[in-house]
Design a protein around this ligand. Structure first.
Ligand code: PMP
Ligand code: GLN
Length: 391
């Protein structure tokens, strides 16, 4: 039965080609085939029991069951401010400079919708997290990629310089970077900040993996000269506390920028995750030992997976941070990551993500696949055993 009798496609042109996210597609394949899911980045063990208890307590005590305040509950905004003071010595006013969002996803979407005019150019380092392309498109912006190239996946500052035009509105930065695991260092961030100031650009920075920089430090770009007034920093509780389903994220910026982002945000979800906001407020105040263990566990899991993939014959690009490792399949005799990942569930009972789809220049990563290591060591070991059949 035809639904709408029109010549034009139903989906508007801005969203054309976006399809279903690769994460949803591959997680569904994992379930359908009984594969070990090293595709979508979510931990296979929930975060601290006391944080889960805090959420349950909040629900039962009637805290946050009705619409929480638009900017987020004061307890959470204060906890975010205290967290930033504690880890980075940064001051944000919880009343005017912090906005709670439905995950970092909404934070970035709202920032794009608020700050980008149709035709504005937005520079993002490719491979980029998939929602960036969608959000830039929704805002009518023009995506301008700057490639992080294997094996190091370091930002090429000259290439960034060349990408800036009179139409550039903002740089969308992600460090620690998904999917490459690159953590931008001080010199790189200083150079990016200098260009942003020189060209009067805004910077939206996605720091959801801020506590997952392993052997290197994570430096927020907002700390560099001239950046406080032009940076919108987004983060989230999902990765830091291993509760990705709660979707509690936030934005930090000047009151003017927060007001702009809030203008868009209030018409996307208005508010979200009421009781979970109280629990995340508690989580942010966990002792240093929690944050240290989170990192140590993931370092061990990274090392386990990287060593195993290397042994099987993948060319491994070890990450400095995040949940993910990129591997090249050419050394195993394959060439196309998309085809490889489509066949991998049936061939080996494992799911991975082809990273070429996060590029405007897919040929630069045709043979790259991403594996997530936010899984228990025995799960990683089982996955490696299965992948060993490929060798
Ligand atoms: N940014 C990056 C780089 C991510 O990997 C993810 C996925 N978790 C998000 C944003 C989304 O975060 P959230 O789940 O808080 O919306
Ligand atoms: N951030 C997760 C990843 O990169 C996925 C989140 C999602 O599915 N949107 O794997």
């Amino acid at each position: 039965m035809g639904l709408v009798n029109q010549e034009r496609p139903l989906l508007n042109r801005r969203l054309e080609g976006l399809g279903t996210t690769i994460f949803a597609e591959m997680s569904a394949r994992a379930v359908a085939t009984g594969s070990i899911n090293l595709g979508q980045g979510f931990p296979d063990r929930d975060g601290p029991a006391e944080v889960a208890q805090a959420a349950a307590d909040a629900i039962l005590a009637g805290r946050g069951n009705q619409y929480p305040p638009g900017p987020g509950v004061p307890e959470l905004r204060q906890a975010i401010a205290a967290h930033d003071q504690r880890f980075y010595g940064q001051s944000f006013d919880p009343d005017t400079e912090i906005l709670v969002t439905a995950g970092a996803t909404e934070a970035i979407a709202a920032a794009m919708l608020a700050l980008v005019e149709p035709g504005d150019e937005v520079i993002a380092f490719e491979p980029y997290y998939d929602s960036y392309a969608a959000n830039i498109a929704m805002a009518g912006g023009v995506r301008v990629p700057v490639t992080l190239r294997a094996p190091g996946f370091r930002p090429d500052i000259n290439e960034l310089k060349k990408a800036i035009t009179t139409k550039t509105r903002l740089i969308l930065l992600n460090s620690p970077h998904n999917p490459t695991g690159t953590v931008f260092d001080r010199d790189e961030l200083a150079a990016i900040a200098k260009l942003a100031v020189e060209h009067d650009l805004l910077v939206v920075t996605d720091e959801v993996y801020e506590h997952l920089a392993f052997d290197v430090e994570h430096v927020p770009i907002v700390q560099f000269p001239g950046m406080r007034e032009r940076t919108v920093s987004a983060s989230s509780a999902g990765k830091t506390f291993a509760f990705t389903g709660w979707k509690v994220g936030w934005v930090k910026a000047t009151p003017e920028l927060v007001t702009a982002v809030k203008t868009a945000k209030q018409f996307l979800t208005f508010v979200s995750s009421g009781p979970f906001q109280y629990a995340v407020a508690q989580a942010l105040a966990l002792p240093d030992a929690y944050y240290a263990k989170l990192k140590d566990d993931l370092i061990a899991q990274r090392d386990l997976l990287c060593a195993g993939l290397d042994e099987i014959g993948f060319t491994v690009y070890p990450p400095q941070g995040t949940y993910f490792v990129t591997a090249d399949i050419r050394s195993l005799g394959y060439s196309d990551g998309v085809e490889f990942c489509r066949q991998l569930p049936d061939r080996a009972g494992v799911v991975a993500i082809p990273t070429a789809i996060f590029y405007d220049h897919p040929e630069r990563a045709r043979s790259h696949v991403r594996f997530a290591f936010c899984k228990q060591p025995d799960v990683l070991t089982a996955a490696l055993k299965r992948l060993g059949q490929l060798a």
